[in-house]
Design a protein around this ligand. Structure first.
Ligand code: GLC
Length: 715
């Protein structure tokens, strides 16, 4: 449909029909099963007419159900406007990929795009039109349960992944390519900065820090074409995002240039009442529509009060028209007016869902996500060794992680299943509980461990221990697992720990392990991917995208920190410097870190010049050598430091990375072009620009290693 036709359609709509288009309701409202029509149905106090004409729904899936709902909806809608079917497809639809914190550890944007493309295909044939992804909230606090949904602590890395997700979901022609879905970037804004890592808590930061560190990820998704933005539950400078006019009209629309649809998070409009900025639903509705929130998810303040607010002259009817028009444009961008059923297709659904190609992609991406944190010459396993596989996660299918909605744990491969045919690896048969292991399970494990050359101790969080509303103040493994680990270590010193978890953990109590393998929640192909890493069939290449603290007491601890006026490094023996009495200042496993079975060396860092200008870029080159007998993949990382700024500048900032495959003994020259835009930062005037002056460039295999050289920006 042409835009003018959408305007005509808007003109034909009654005020009630317009307001209904702004309503989003959960699947239960459209269920054929009467028993599902309970709970929130009554709370929202909506009429059958409201329900029939609600502009979108969330949580419907399955081609048959989607077709039924759309058919019924269009028959009942006077103007036959199609509805929008949305859902949370965060790291896979039915084929589940590693959680986004694991995807971040791949440092492989092509892998992220592939994941999104496959997710979109499986979702589209199941009848969905929109995914509430990518979540690009920058995170620095592992107490927060939703760090699992983020790609990590760095604005540059998050931005590259945001672009890749949107491209994978939406493709090049969303209107006609029915194997794609619209992307909804979330949660705008700075949800990851909740005070004390407690979900939904207040966010307090300067506008400058918001623009410098937290907005780039959303901006990258918008520039990549994301069709929707979702509001965040938290406040931004004292005002809940969902009613924050400055945030959504001045920043999102004017500064970041977003022209698409804004959707509230679940219930977030009504939550402005407990937040204390709205006395009642009517005031909440007024704040939200004035802020530019187009779709109200699962509360009904718009339905109940917008007409009244217009009649009283408290809001202009044009605010409703602009919101409805954006929703009609979204439906049009998805081709729904011409093809209301879009990709929904039961035959294609049966062929594509969880097909072998998708499982293989999930396995390969899970392998890339796994980070080898420690290895004292015990990995890879040798086929001749006798290995005991013990612990609660050994035979567990709790490997999908939070936000794996349609994923089925029963379809996932456990580590024990992956090793089932290997004569050299022996697993227990007792069920091993994550929190209260039976004496029989522990006894069986000890028996296996005593006679093994090496012991794989598979530990982890349960999936409900991270994700939404899953903040933890103690970020260690469950005590029973730590106690079990010590018992195994007492009978066999060659312990390899594997981890399934949704956040950086405090791993100090595992220091006795000779190897630690971070697998996150790897997804449907968990066991196959982890086995391939442990046996060396695949050389680990993951690098952390979020720091692992020594202790939760350090949190937030992150690599791109400021130097302070009393830097510990300049006087480590001094009392009055920035340090702790009882812990180091540093992450135990830092951003960008990960081991390999290869050994990569850096040499010959050279700059094309030691000065550059806004128009004359500079090229840095370095030689990377794999001086081992094992081919591998290194993630070469470029960091810059602005030595003097109008504001304090971080010790280092990631400004580029390249994944480089190196055969045994091979060397390659890796080049980075430094352009002036990489030197910009948000000044006190809230505008990003660069200053003439000195910079240090570092290229290496993590945020704590590499070769450095200085250069000048001349203006
Ligand atoms: C949840 C989450 C949001 C999700 C939405 C719909 O509360 O905050 O990320 O997309 O509701 O499920």
């Amino acid at each position: 449909m042409e835009k003018t036709q959408l305007q005509d359609l808007l003109g034909q709509m009654t005020q009630a029909e317009k307001i209904d288009q702004l309503q989003q309701l959960m699947a239960a409202f459209y269920s054929e099963k009467a028993e599902e029509k309970t709970g929130p149905m009554g709370d929202l106090d909506l009429t059958e007419e409201n329900i029939k004409n609600a502009g979108s729904t969330l949580g419907i899936s399955g081609a048959k159900e989607a077709i039924r709902v759309q058919k019924s909806y269009m028959e009942n809608n006077r103007l036959h406007i199609p509805t929008l079917l949305m859902a949370d497809i965060i790291h896979g639809f039915r084929t589940i990929f590693p959680i986004p914190l694991g995807l971040g550890a791949t440092w492989d944007v092509a892998a992220a795009e592939k994941m999104a493309e496959i997710s979109a295909k499986e979702a589209a044939v199941s009848g969905l039109h929109v995914t509430f992804s990518p979540m690009v909230d920058l995170v620095r606090d592992p107490r927060w349960g939703r760090v699992m949904e983020s790609t990590g602590e760095d604005p540059f890395l998050n931005s590259r992944f945001a672009e890749a997700f949107v491209k994978g979901y939406q493709g090049e022609d969303l209107t006609h390519d029915f194997m794609r879905v619209a992307a909804c970037v979330k949660h705008f804004a700075a949800y990851g900065a909740a005070i004390a890592g407690r979900d939904y808590n207040t966010v307090n930061m300067s506008e400058r820090q918001l623009r410098e560190s937290y907005l780039p990820g959303y901006h990258a998704a918008i520039q990549a074409g994301a069709k929707l933005v979702m509001t965040s539950f938290n406040t931004v400078d004292g005002i809940p995002a969902t009613g924050n006019k400055w945030l959504f009209r001045d920043v999102l629309r004017d500064d970041l240039g977003f022209e698409g649809t804004v959707i509230s998070d679940w219930g977030a409009i009504s939550e402005m009442i407990p937040h204390g900025v709205a006395a009642n639903e009517k005031e909440a509705a007024e704040l939200a529509i004035k802020a530019g929130v187009d779709i109200e998810m699962m509360t009904s303040t718009y339905s109940h009060y917008l007409a009244e607010l217009i009649a009283e002259g408290r809001i202009d009817a044009g605010l409703v028209d602009e919101a409805v028009l954006r929703i009609l444009e979204l439906k049009n961008d998805l081709g729904l007016f011409e093809n209301p059923y879009r990709g929904a297709d039961e035959t294609a659904e049966a062929a594509l869902i969880l097909c072998e190609d998708h499982r293989q992609a999930a396995r390969e991406i899970a392998e890339k996500a796994i980070v080898l944190l420690k290895n004292e010459a015990v990995l890879p396993l040798k086929a001749t060794e006798k290995v005991a596989l013990v612990g609660p996660a050994a035979a567990s299918n709790d490997v999908l992680g939070a936000w794996s909605w349609q994923g089925q744990k029963a379809e996932a491969i456990s580590l024990a299943q992956a090793f089932a045919k290997d004569q050299s690896v022996v697993s227990g048969t007792e069920t091993f509980d994550y929190f209260t292991p039976s004496e029989a399970a522990v006894a069986e494990a000890l028996t296996l461990a005593k006679t093994a050359d090496k012991v794989i101790v598979a530990l982890g969080e349960a999936d409900w221990m991270s994700g939404e509303a899953a903040s933890r103040t103690d970020i260690r493994l469950p005590q029973a697992q730590l106690d079990f680990f010590k018992k195994i270590l007492a009978v066999n010193e060659n312990v390899i720990v594997t981890l399934y978890n949704g956040r950086p953990l405090d791993l100090r109590e595992l220091d006795g392990a000779k190897a630690i393998v971070e697998a996150w929640f790897p997804g449907t192909e968990a066991g196959h991917a982890l086995k391939n890493i442990l046996t060396g069939a695949v050389n680990p290449s993951g690098r952390l995208s979020m720091s692992f603290p020594e202790s939760v007491g350090q949190v937030p601890v992150y690599y791109n920190t400021d130097n302070t006026g009393r830097p510990y490094e300049s006087a480590p023996d001094e009392k009055y410097v920035s340090k702790y009495l009882d812990c180091s200042n540093y992450a135990k496993y830092p951003f960008g870190f990960g081991l390999s079975y290869s050994n990569f060396n850096y040499s010959q860092l050279t700059l094309s010049s030691d000065t550059m200008t806004a128009s004359e870029s500079l090229v840095a080159s370095v030689t990377v050598t794999n001086d081992s007998a094992v081919a591998g993949v290194e993630t070469v990382q470029l960091y810059l430091r602005d030595l003097v700024g109008e504001v304090v500048r971080p010790l280092k900032e990631l400004k580029g990375f390249q994944k480089v495959s190196l055969a045994a003994g091979e060397s390659k020259t890796v080049r980075f072009t430094i352009t002036e835009d990489l030197l910009r930062y948000v000044h006190p005037n809230q505008i990003a620009s660069s200053d003439a002056g000195s910079f240090t460039l570092t290229i290496g295999g993590s945020s704590v290693s590499g070769l450095s050289s200085d250069f000048q920006l001349i203006k």
